[in-house]
Design a protein around this ligand. Structure first.
Ligand code: SF4
Length: 341
């Protein structure tokens, strides 16, 4: 998933000495793309309304765009009329949510990212072997609720390094850690280090739980951060991976970092004395919003844009099984790419 770092420079206006360093990879990941396309295809297949439990992905623009097409976002399945179609978001759900939907005869489409499903499977496996599972993640995040729900008796949430002293386990010889997919890699490693100090027999997950997209976007930001005075991250406040990008930027040398949903949220005062602006976007952010920020910056003299690439991404997930079979039965395309261009 990684490639040799490469820098593409393009000057779009007369040089002012002011520039934008644009991180790559940024924006949509494979799991978000799949989830958004799933809603779009469901709308094509069944017509509006199509119900979606929780925000399909944590991005204001994406949610509002799908709402305009006829998606109705609900908090729980009991808000969905019996017999209707409901889509589960990319963050995943606990088994009890599937049971509730079945009890109401809802037709379900599960858009859980396969990389979240992988963590669910790990949780089930370690619970079956009677491990205490220390799930590193943010209290209340939908993904953490879903993963914990696979094995509530076995999972203990560890919300960062400072939470480690509070952890209680049944048998320190039989403990494993798993994590939310969208955490800061560095902070998670610090949490694991402190957990291992307390529980030396702590087992690692079979493979990285922090997903490729989260890791790649953090690596790109780490490369840019020392070279910019200001880092702008396009993303929503409830997007865990986007919030982490701001933190990573500041930890690695940017003087300031801000999260914005839209270009018009940028405060001109942030640009005072700034020559180099870093720009990236979270894994649930369509590229059109980044282009709007580039245009906003160009109008203020930051017309020189250099894209700095630290990895190439080509992963694509197939659509949820329930959708694929129905699309196939109707002779419709089972692939598609959402508004990522
Ligand atoms: S951020 Fe990672 S885990 Fe979340 S949807 Fe994207 S690829 Fe999947």
């Amino acid at each position: 998933m990684t490639a040799q770092p490469e820098t593409i420079a393009s000057t779009t206006t007369a040089p002012t000495g002011k520039r934008v360093l644009l991180a790559a990879p940024r924006g949509y990941c494979a799991g978000v793309d799949r989830a958004v396309v799933a809603v779009e295809k469901a709308l094509d297949l069944y017509g509006p309304p199509v119900y979606v439990r929780k925000e399909i992905v944590h991005n204001k623009h994406v949610v509002q765009t799908l709402e305009r097409r006829g998606a109705i976002f609900v908090e729980e399945t009991d808000e969905v009329p019996e017999g209707e179609t409901v889509i589960f978001s990319a963050h995943g759900v606990a088994p009890v949510v599937h049971q509730e939907a079945a009890a109401r005869q809802l037709k379900t489409i599960d858009a859980t990212c396969p990389l979240v499903t992988k963590v669910h499977i790990e949780a089930k496996r370690f619970a079956a072997d009677d491990f205490d599972i220390l799930l590193i993640g943010h209290d209340g995040h939908e993904e953490v609720i879903g993963t914990s729900g696979e094995a509530p008796e076995h999972v203990t949430l560890v919300d960062g390094p400072d939470d480690v002293p509070n952890v209680v386990v049944r048998d320190p010889e039989k403990v494993v850690w798993l994590s939310q997919t969208t955490l800061s890699v560095d902070e998670t490693m610090e949490t694991v280090r402190r957990l291992r100090e307390r529980f030396p027999a702590l087992q690692d997950p079979p493979s990285d739980d922090i997903c490729y997209a989260t890791q790649n976007r953090q690596v790109a930001v780490k490369k840019l951060a020392p070279e910019v005075e200001l880092m702008i991250v396009v993303g929503s406040r409830n997007s865990s991976n986007s919030v982490r990008l701001v933190e990573v930027a500041i930890e690695h040398g940017a003087n300031a970092g801000y999260l914005v949903d839209y270009a018009d949220e940028i405060d001109e005062a942030w640009l005072e004395g700034v020559q180099s602006v870093g720009l990236t976007s979270g894994a649930s952010v369509p590229e059109v919003l980044v282009r709007d920020v580039l245009a906003w910056l160009a109008e203020r003299g930051y017309g020189e844009v250099q894209e700095v690439t630290t990895a190439e991404e080509s992963l694509v997930f197939s659509l949820p099984r329930e959708l694929r079979s129905e699309l196939k039965a109707r002779g419709l395309a089972t692939t598609g790419v959402s508004d990522r261009a």
